[in-house]
Design a protein around this ligand. Structure first.
Ligand code: G3P
Ligand code: CA
Length: 265
């Protein structure tokens, strides 16, 4: 839970499947269902608002890397997005085979995810700096009765702050500026604000060569009533170190490994 306490009181850290994980095409119902079947605690996904107002789940600004199409997703309609094969480039063997091509895997809408995984806790990242995206996600989460099983993240301070005003009941992480302020003050040995605006600090292990994640950061965050989630940790030895440092969640492309490492701790 979000409340700070001694480490003995804290629940076991969460395994959060980054984009649903790497074991299936990213940000698709296939990867989300697979992560859920493995027992990942949370499934992470990225949402954009496109030309006709639809909310679609994709990481990049364009469809080029993950589908058989090209172009900026924001300029497309849902019909155009749905015509694309979202399993096209997924390969388990560095491009020898593409086993998900032609199997009807599409970019899902947020509504399709909420319907397909009615119980699964979801970490939803607002990918665009777009107040209308924030408003539409808040409305859809309410319509689907999903506000109690999601956390909303964004790198964009303005968009996430606006989302909080519309859906104050939904837990959020700290946006980039908020997180940076917390981390930099901690690194300087100064005191960050008492009560950060979100309930979780999502940090990379490193930012360039600056080591961001540390047990000191975890202690200070817990002191301030904030959880720490580290992204994107894919090496089992690092997972173990980060779990042992008291992290509250690991965002990973390999939820299978993270679950195994956690079980051995
Ligand atoms: O959880 C943090 C992670 O989602 C941010 O990285 O670029 O994969 O969305 P990215
Ligand atoms: Ca993300």
């Amino acid at each position: 839970g979000p409340m700070a306490g001694s480490s003995a009181d804290r629940p076991q850290p969460l395994v959060i499947a980054h984009r649903g994980g790497d074991l299936r095409p990213e940000n698709t119902l296939e990867s989300f269902r697979h992560a859920a079947s493995l027992g990942a605690d949370w499934v992470e996904m990225d949402v954009h608002r496109i030309a006709d107002g639809s909310l679609v789940i994709l990481h990049d600004e364009t469809v080029d890397r993950t589908t058989n199409g090209t172009g900026d997703v924001h300029s497309m309609t849902l019909a155009e997005v749905k015509a694309l094969d979202a399993g096209y480039w997924w390969t388990p063997d560095q491009g020898r085979t593409y086993p998900y091509r032609g199997r009807g895997i599409t970019i899902p809408t947020l509504q399709e995810v909420l319907e397909a995984l009615p119980e699964q806790p979801l970490l939803i990242e607002l990918k665009d700096d777009d107040l209308q995206l924030a408003a539409d996600v808040a409305r859809v989460l309410r319509e689907y009765g999903a506000t109690g099983r999601v956390m909303v993240a964004s790198f964009h301070d303005r968009t996430l702050q606006y989302f909080r005003t519309l859906a104050p009941e939904v837990p959020t992480s700290l946006a980039s500026g908020e997180a940076l302020r917390f981390v930099v003050l901690q690194r300087l040995g100064l005191t960050p604000y008492h009560r950060p605006p979100g309930i979780a600090l999502q940090v990379p292990e490193y930012h360039g060569t600056l080591k961001v994640f540390s047990s000191g950061l975890v202690r200070l965050a817990h002191d301030r009533g904030v959880e720490v989630h580290a992204w994107t940790v894919n090496d089992p030895r690092k997972m173990e170190q980060i779990f042992l440092a008291g992290v509250d969640g690991i965002v990973t492309d390999r939820p299978d490994w993270a679950l195994q490492v956690r079980a051995r701790l």
